[in-house]
Design a protein around this ligand. Structure first.
Ligand code: DAH
Length: 347
């Protein structure tokens, strides 16, 4: 019996030294240490032994079992480690590789300029209001002193939606009328309205069938043209710099009287003359004027008591000037690289 145990140990150890996979070790374990294996078979022979022999052989059998399972476990551990090492080296991370670039967005440059303008006006107590882009003829033209059939309508190349009454607003000026009517004719109004406008223009470097305006309106008592000039001066200096001068040139709009074209010192050449200002030293940035008495009356304000000024900036024009953009289509072609370039530029 002792001899059998020794031979068995020898046999298993020899086989263990020849195995080359984890599966083979497991097979050996089942084969030798399993219920029907030779170790258990030896153990079953114990019952034929004397008490003394049992004592001795019991010990042998225990140490045989211990030795075999230790050796098998060691082999299993060896293969498992080998497997893990192979996995680790195949999945090795090369920390010297360049990292993946994460795409970071940038604010839309037009939105940024509009927000700047909004902030300046809000600091002067103006509300930022909104109006519908699908508008009634009444607000877009009639209340603004441009009656049906008036030639001033032709200049705006309007997109009509349903006969001549519903249209895509061709300017943000209808929001003036809406705001005054909503205010009820008995209190001051200070608002700006940035928003989309539409005209049947062919798109090119300076025209877009859809563009943005920033409308402004102030109505109160004793408002004079000099208030418009003063306000305009503050705004322009905040937006473009303290050294920028303003000037008004006479102009014509149906809804203002008098009407002006507002110019600022060319910030590229500081007034000396350059290609940007076509050598004039000045750049036109908005139309403006004193709210026409008819408009005040149409919108519920008594022109003998109330007066006001209004202005309209082209938002793209402001952004183009500020950031040196030469093509209005830049704002609408969704090329992220452009937003990024202008976002980093500190003007
Ligand atoms: N709505 C005018 C346009 O689209 C711009 C404008 C001029 C707005 C004078 C005004 C203003 O409020 O007073 O050409």
């Amino acid at each position: 019996m002792e001899e059998k145990a020794r031979l068995l140990a020898q046999e298993v150890n020899e086989k263990l030294s020849n195995v080359s996979t984890l599966e083979e070790v497991n097979e050996l374990r089942v084969m030798y240490l399993g219920k029907k294996g030779p170790v258990n078979e030896l153990a079953s022979k114990m019952r034929d032994l004397t008490v003394e022999e049992k004592k001795v052989f019991g010990k042998t059998l225990n140490s045989l079992k211990q030795e075999l399972s230790d050796n098998i476990e060691a082999k299993i551990k060896f293969f498992e480690e080998e497997k893990l090492n192979a996995k680790l080296s195949s999945e090795q991370i090369d920390i010297t590789l360049p990292s993946t670039k994460i795409a970071v967005g940038a604010p839309n440059i037009l939105e940024k300029v509009i927000e700047e303008v909004e902030e300046v006006f809000m600091s002067l107590g103006y509300d930022v209001v909104d109006g519908p882009e699908i508008e009634e003829d009444k607000y877009n033209f009639e209340l603004l002193n441009i009656p049906l059939g008036h030639p001033a309508r032709d200049a705006q190349d309007t997109f009509y939606i349903e006969d001549e009454r519903i249209l895509l607003r061709s300017q943000t000026s209808p929001v003036q009328a809406r705001t005054m009517i909503a205010a009820g004719g008995d209190k001051p109004v200070r608002m700006i309205c940035p928003g989309k406008t539409y005209r049947r223009d062919s798109d090119d470097a300076t025209h877009s069938h859809q563009f943005m305006q920033i409308e402004g309106l102030l109505v109160d008592k004793n408002i004079k043209l000099s208030d418009l000039k003063g306000t305009f001066d503050v705004i322009v200096k905040r937006l473009f710099g303290e050294d920028i001068e303003t000037r008004f040139r006479p102009s014509y709009y149906q809804f203002t009287e008098p009407s002006v074209e507002t110019d600022i010192t060319c910030f590229s050449c500081k007034g000396k003359g350059c290609p940007l200002c076509k050598s004039t030293g000045w750049i036109t940035v908005s139309g403006a004027g004193m709210v026409h008495p008819n408009v005040l009356r149409n919108c519920g304000y008594d022109p003998n008591v109330w007066s006001g000024f209004a202005f309209g900036f082209g938002a793209e024009r402001l952004a183009m000037l500020k950031y040196g953009i030469s093509d209005i289509r830049t704002f609408y072609n969704t090329d992220l690289r452009e937003s990024k370039v202008f976002d980093r530029r500190d003007v």
